[in-house]
Design a binder for this molecule. Structure first.
Ligand code: NAD
Length: 468
């Protein structure tokens, strides 16, 4: 049984209450997690605040070395953490599952360790010298979702530590176990109090809400739904917290008439169904030109039909269950509605427990709930279009703006269309491929600020101009 403790001020911190964490593949209990109180949260924030005094004064190279040590310890324990992720999240060990997530977590940690924000000299002449310094903020509160628990934790924690901040992280109540263990491990190579963790079941106490309003937290980095992100922004206002909000997406893919249906089928499938569609920047709507609509649907269905779905602990599984009942019910509702409006080409009916087969439904359009809402699950609506202007307008007709993609054999034409997509990332002939050196973030309701690269690192700092 996985019964991990909080880590506060470098030590295991047992709480009075605990809650069950379920294995979505079996419905059984995967482990229990601490149900922290608001007083426990205060202790964690206080530990981080006290640790900031020394940590913020460490040299750049000391922090780089510490972050490299974090990457290394994650790598050393990748197999153990992958098994925990699969048990609580449901994704397979195999393929683009939990081992892949751990590979990403380690790579991101290592890359972030090597980033730096040197002092910039803005002016140095007879009139004087002006330097621009980047200073850490203080205590950063990290709030993570349930889809990529360890990778997203690394995306939050590493840039915060690298720039001299200290952290209190709070994972999703659905997937706290791997993060509890990852933080325990990272504490083996970090000074006490620099990285602390609280977990809770979000029932009587909402730790995320308390963090967003906490007077001693200087920044919140939040990844999750648009609705919760808006609440974070509201409650952060009174303490003027810095915010990075990575929120929901409803990414569109547009297939141009010159694309080769066979050649793009695999990329389309993984663009939409990676992590069972439970990915912020997954392709959630597919617009296909009428001249190749049927050929694209046939190729996509043929590829998807061969994907083995099962318990992620089985090496043969390539997709697992939906992570939780709430999400499963949402996908079930949207697919049942879409089936009355369009044509179910694959899947369409819920399986046992939380299993839902890859589902592809054509004949839909903007205005249909499966097209307009973020399904965050294994169901892709396909929309036929005649004119590219119509497709671009429909793709942009969304409050979200996280990612988008163009599928074409003319990459230059794809780049021109990319400029017209209202989203933070556009891919040509792929979807959702993110990199640690490239800023990633949403426009419109999909968020505020970016992660990754120098621009992402800078979000964990205040600027200070020094005139001499
Ligand atoms: P969620 O908003 O339900 O929960 C996210 C986190 O917020 C959890 O840790 C939760 O406990 C916490 N929380 C709950 N109430 C809160 C409050 N009032 N104040 C502060 N925190 C609170 O999201 P989810 O269902 O876990 O994740 C799925 C969503 O996340 C999808 O919309 C997806 O698109 C989005 N997402 C975005 C990105 C991105 O980078 N843009 C990445 C992954 C997921």
């Amino acid at each position: 049984m996985n019964d991990l403790n909080l880590t506060i001020n470098g030590k295991p911190y047992p709480t009075a209450g605990r809650f069950d964490v379920l294995n979505p593949a079996t419905g059984g209990v995967a482990g229990t997690a601490p149900n922290a109180t608001l007083a426990d949260l205060d202790l964690a924030v206080d530990a981080a605040k006290r640790a900031f005094v020394d940590w913020s004064q460490t040299t750049d190279s000391e922090r780089q070395a510490a972050c490299e040590a974090v990457a290394a310890i994650l790598g050393d324990h990748a197999a153990e953490l992958a098994a925990l992720i699969t048990t609580e999240q449901g994704k397979p060990l195999n393929g683009l599952g939990s081992r892949w997530e751990m590979g990403g977590a380690q790579a991101w940690a290592d890359f972030t360790a090597k980033l730096s924000l040197p002092v910039k000299v803005l002016q140095d002449n007879n009139a004087g010298r002006v330097e621009l310094h980047r200073k850490p903020l203080g205590v950063v509160g990290s709030i993570t979702p349930w889809n990529f628990p360890v990778m997203i934790a690394v995306w939050h924690v590493l840039p915060a530590l690298r720039t001299g901040n200290t952290v209190v992280i709070k994972p999703s109540p659905f997937t706290p176990l791997a993060t509890l263990r990852a933080v325990e491990l990272m504490n083996q190579v970090l000074p006490a109090g620099v990285l602390n963790i609280v977990t809770g079941d979000d029932r009587d106490v909402n730790l995320g809400a308390a963090m967003s309003a906490h007077p001693d937290i200087r920044k919140i980095v939040f990844t999750g739904s648009c609705a919760t992100g808006q609440k974070v922004m509201q409650s952060a206002a009174t303490t003027m917290k810095r915010l990075t909000l990575e929120l929901g997406g409803n990414d569109a893919g547009i297939v141009l008439p010159d694309a080769d249906p066979q050649a793009i089928a695999e990329g389309l499938f993984w663009g939409a169904f990676i992590n069972n569609g439970q990915t912020c920047a997954a392709m959630k709507r597919l617009y296909v030109h009428e001249s190749i609509h049927d050929a694209v649907c046939d190729a996509l269905v043929a590829f998807a039909a061969e994907i083995p779905v099962g318990n992620g602990a089985d090496e043969g599984s390539v997709l697992g269950p939906v992570q939780n009942r709430m999400q499963f019910d949402k996908v079930t509702r949207l697919v049942a509605d879409a089936a009355t409006r369009g044509k179910v080409l694959l899947g369409g009916k819920p399986g046992d427990g939380l299993f839902f087969p890859p589902t592809i439904i054509s004949g839909l359009r903007n205005g249909d709930p499966l097209v307009d809402e973020e399904q965050f699950g294994p169901a892709l609506p396909v929309i036929r279009y005649t004119d590219i202007e119509e497709a671009i307008a429909a793709a942009n007709n969304s409050p979200n703006g996280l990612g988008g993609s163009i599928w074409t054999s003319d990459v230059e034409a794809g780049r021109k269309l990319a400029a017209r997509m209202e989203c933070g990332s556009v891919w040509i002939n792929k979807h959702g491929a993110i990199q640690p050196n490239v800023p990633f973030g949403g426009v419109k309701a999909s968020g505020l600020g970016v992660e990754f690269g120098d621009e992402g690192l800078a979000e964990y700092t205040d600027m200070q101009a020094v005139f001499s």
